[in-house]
Write a protein of this length. Structure first.
Length: 367
């Protein structure tokens, strides 16, 4: 049952990223922050605190090359999923070809452990498993051969697993650290392969959909936002973006689950909590005004039906459930109630367009 539930969640994720333009919308909101990074540094450190399928991570590197073509980029990605790790790495060969002075680091540790993984040998009595992959050659074809090759593949299969505890929570089987860089840039970047430098010096951190929408503000701050804030350098910026539904989405969810609130708090609540409950050096942080942005469900071509995406109404329903992070047991209750389920479908069909709404805010550490 556990495996099937994970597989179903995976299908919902794939359906959502294919049926909506969220990845593009988030990337476009990040580009101005990439452009604004210092032009006077020899290297910039960026953390993608949840790479997903790697689309946003790849777009970050593309935009970085556009605005900072001669600056070394040290980008770290956090991802526990084996599938998403592979999807992210598969997007990297072209990035190494375009931006040679690039060091890509991938890790699977928790938010609170990101400050330890570069400097410690163990985390919670588990030895950190490390692999440095030095890419030979100068073209994406050869880079792809090496990134998808036996050395890295065997490392991932052996160490990049997950464990599920008695409460159903997932964690890594081993804390892992993968670093990839080009051989012809080794002399510029080799100092960053040593575990002897302070890790809390990221110039930019992106936290996209990094927590469950239904979690309390306190949980979001303590488990995700607070630990990431402490990883910023003296003028670093943390960008946080998350879903809050949108009118159409919330109308459907309220029709189906009238007693549930999928999005109980907003960015303004998080900022207010942070101001009233200092996280470390809280007086050294500035908070931007949250901004909303939207993206739409993309209607599939007529007569196009696939096992993955379904009919338009079914696909819309699945995508709304995904963004609302509704548990499977609650979904089954609604779908087994034919009268309620038909009412939900009619609500979806009456909506001309379904717009999903996110909001974004920035936390900047001041000098």
């Amino acid at each position: 049952m556990g495996k099937k539930r994970f597989f179903d969640d995976r299908l919902k994720y794939l359906s959502f990223i294919q049926n909506t333009g969220e990845k593009k919308a988030i990337s476009e909101k990040i580009y101005p922050h990439i452009s604004a990074l210092s032009q006077n540094k020899s290297y910039i450190r960026i953390l993608d605190a949840g790479t997903g399928d790697g689309t946003i991570n790849s777009n970050i590197i593309k935009s970085f090359h556009r605005y900072h073509p001669y600056t070394s980029l040290l980008i770290t990605g956090k991802e526990i999923s084996y599938e998403d790790l592979k999807n992210t790495l598969e997007k990297m060969p072209d990035r190494f070809a375009e931006h040679p002075n690039l060091l890509v680091t991938m890790t699977n540790v928790k938010f609170s452990e990101l400050g330890l993984v570069e400097t410690a040998n163990k985390i919670k009595n588990k030895k950190i498993k490390e692999l440095n992959l030095i890419l030979d050659s100068d073209n994406s074809f050869d880079f792809n051969t090496q990134i998808t090759g036996i050395k890295l593949g065997n490392f991932i299969k052996k160490y990049w697993g997950i464990e599920i505890d008695a409460k159903g929570k997932t964690s890594y089987a081993n804390p892992c650290l993968i670093r990839i860089l080009r051989k012809d840039n080794l002399r510029h970047l080799k100092e960053f392969l040593k575990n002897d430098y302070k890790n809390n010096n990221y110039d930019l951190i992106i936290a996209s959909q990094a927590y469950r929408a239904a979690s309390s503000v306190k949980v979001k701050v303590n488990n995700v936002i607070g630990p990431l804030m402490r990883l910023l350098n003296k003028s670093g910026k943390l960008i946080v973006t998350h879903s809050y539904g949108g009118n159409g989405v919330q109308k459907v969810l309220k029709t189906a689950f009238k007693d549930k609130e999928a999005f109980p708090n907003r960015a303004k609540d998080i900022i207010s909590y942070l101001k009233n409950n200092p996280t470390g050096e809280n007086n050294l942080y500035n908070f931007s005004i949250p901004k909303s942005y939207g993206f739409y469900f993309k209607k599939a071509p007529d007569q196009t039906v696939t096992e993955l995406f379904g009919h338009n109404t079914d696909a819309k329903w699945a995508n709304i459930l995904y963004v609302g992070q509704i548990p499977e047991k609650d979904i089954q209750v609604v779908e087994k109630n034919s009268r309620l389920y038909n009412k939900v479908k009619k609500t979806i069909e009456r909506l001309d367009k379904i717009e999903f709404k996110n909001e974004l805010f920035a936390i900047t550490k001041t000098r």
